[in-house]
Design a protein. Sequence first.
Length: 364
Amino acid sequence: MVSNKNQHFVPRCHLRSFTKDEEGAAINVFNLDRQKFIPNAPVKSQCSGDYFYGKDELLERAIQSIEGAYSNALREIRQPRSVLREAQKTVLRRFWLLQYLRTEAASKRSVEMAIESDRVAGTELFSFRFGIRQAVQIAMRMYADMMGAIDDLKLCLIRNRTGIPFVTSDDPAVHTNRWYLEDRRIIGRSFGLQSSGMLAILPLTPRLLCLAYDGDVYSLQHEKGWVDVRREGDVRALNQHQFLNCFANVFLHDLAYAEEMTASFAVAAQRRRVARHAVHIAVLDRTEGEYLRYRVVQPGEVGPDDEAIIHSEELSLTPTAWPSVLRWRPGGSVYTNGTGLKYVRKTYAYSIQSHREFWREAVQ
């Protein structure tokens, strides 16, 4: 039997750094729907649910182990003159991936995508109609299978030297991709964890933020893994991802910055999406040698004898600005084989089994 009924999908070990005086008891909440601050809300009731992961004791222990490693790594890197070690980088990457997969917002997106797939197909392909708890358990199994999915990303810690703090949210592990969002070869296409140009963002404290990035696409000037940010615009650009990505709430350690956060949300609000996914259906159009060509159609255009496939994609969110410390790598590389895999990082170009070989293209 699990020891905790109230289970957090954003753990208290992450929220603690954003609580009042870092005591872990109370936190300031900015609710986006009401655009209202809730001061000193109990942390125990934030980002949690009864048996959110179910009643699997082994799963609970595994999650606690990862959270414990994160807590230790965070405590170490906050020490004066701390040197960022490879073991700590691995912990931060793994924690980011766990957090990216397990939040309530991520689980709801999975459920909604399954329901939308049924609607588009006009049938109950996903007739099991899994709920939030089942989606969470599926995500945890995915994590076990793909734990090393972003181990190839470089990682830096952003040290905030400005008068504006970093904030966190109820969905703090942000997956974005500047290259996919801006390059004309791929603009408008969806991206995944293996894509060229991936960025993984996670605020750690009001003064620290973790940024993992594709080192073949981007370049950050750093000192042994540390980057000092002195421009308020850079902090606002990084905070904007929390306003774009969060489900309902952003967390702020000090209400003295409430006006700043309200203004930041106003900038980001127009770029938030009501739906975070799209589902398409395509029918077999023709055969060209060994290849099958499909044509995207409306749900009502699918005949009873048509061979069809369903494609779902996560819709990306585009910020108004990117931090100035994130630069294009001179002579940078992306990899493709001209198929639906689109552009992937070098690690995947050498490991994916495909009937077509990958080739290198320049970032710019």
